[in-house]
Design a protein around this ligand. Sequence first.
Ligand SMILES: Nc1ncnc2c1ncn2[C@@H]1O[C@H](COP(=O)(O)OP(=O)(O)OP(=O)(O)O)[C@@H](O)[C@H]1O
Length: 371
Amino acid sequence: MPINPTTHNSSLTSSLSLFVEQRLGRFHLQAELTLPAKGVTGIFGTSGSGKTSLLRIIAGLDRPDTGKLQLGNQILLDTQRRQNVPAHQRRIGVVFQEARLFPHYRVRGNLTYGMPKQAPPRFDEIVELLGISHLLTRMPGTLSGGEARRVAIGRALLSDPQLLLMDEPLTGLDGARKQELLRFIALLTRQINIPVMYVSHDPEEISAIADHLVLMESGRIVASDHLNHLLQRFDLTQKLGGFDAASILEGQVIEHDTHYHLTRITLGNTHQLLLPGTEANIGSCIRVRVLARDIAIATSAVKDTSYRNQLPVTIEDTTVLPETSHSVELRLRMGRFHLRASLTRKSWDEMGLHIGKEVTALIRSVSFNPL
Ligand SMILES: Nc1ncnc2c1ncn2[C@@H]1O[C@H](COP(=O)(O)OP(=O)(O)OP(=O)(O)O)[C@@H](O)[C@H]1O
């Protein structure tokens, strides 16, 4: 059940802007950032790059040496003016790696703990959305890891936050639980109308839920943009290690072929893709990933082939990465969408390809990975 956006939050236009500087021993965090007012921002970077430190400052749990932090119209921190809104007044929900529930309160007590008295009555709505109504009378010690995490998310949401921070919320869960909760968080973040910052070093998680991506390295923000824009950047290939060279596309489900168990989606009403069957409702949006190495190129449409997707594209840019000198990396444009592909340098030369050439991208349905 979607949360009613009109009752959910008064400041739907909140966007976060910050610059902070903090020395922690030998580590130096220097970050400047403006984030979109809605959607999920994935914070990605190697261990020790400063992701948690940044989140702790935003939550008000740590104070930077210098900095300014603004959420919507409200200044939360301005070291120059000695302004600092304490953590409990920031209206920022935080979910950490561990659920950190109050052990002596039942689940219901944990959920209602931070609920403002004047908050809209969303308790039943959120409990149902999280699927935890059967847990309300249980003590935290009796919950599984995944259940405790869902309660922690519920507690954060019920505090009526303007921003939700999630720091590796799936760490330590086993594969099936992790997938279940990841799907749940992805659904939840599409239904709530507050911006979410989601820290993870797992590209799978980020690919499944982030709209925007912030890439951190040694305390600095290396890049911040729409996730698929960053994935299209050749220069970030190595820094986005683990993501594989891939593209993420979002489209609307228009048809299910129940006989062959295939799903058709439309991308902005201009292009269509045929994917492995999904359970998604007609009209709903789904996200798919396709690896660069799973896209083949032909100079014209191909007959009698098992490639179910033949997309007219233009070669927009290319490069040869030093780590894969046998192949050419391609960025392809398809209307307002972009795709990354790679093929051998030998094919590139023999097919007479060049920037600006119109070609056909061939993609097997099974190569699409619905996220
Ligand atoms: N109180 C502290 N004193 C000294 N150094 C610290 C302190 N807190 C954090 N650091 C250092 O700051 C750096 C960034 O830590 P942080 O936890 O923000 O990284 P991270 O990107 O979240 O890492 P991970 O993915 O491993 O959780 C690390 O090198 C860490 O050792």
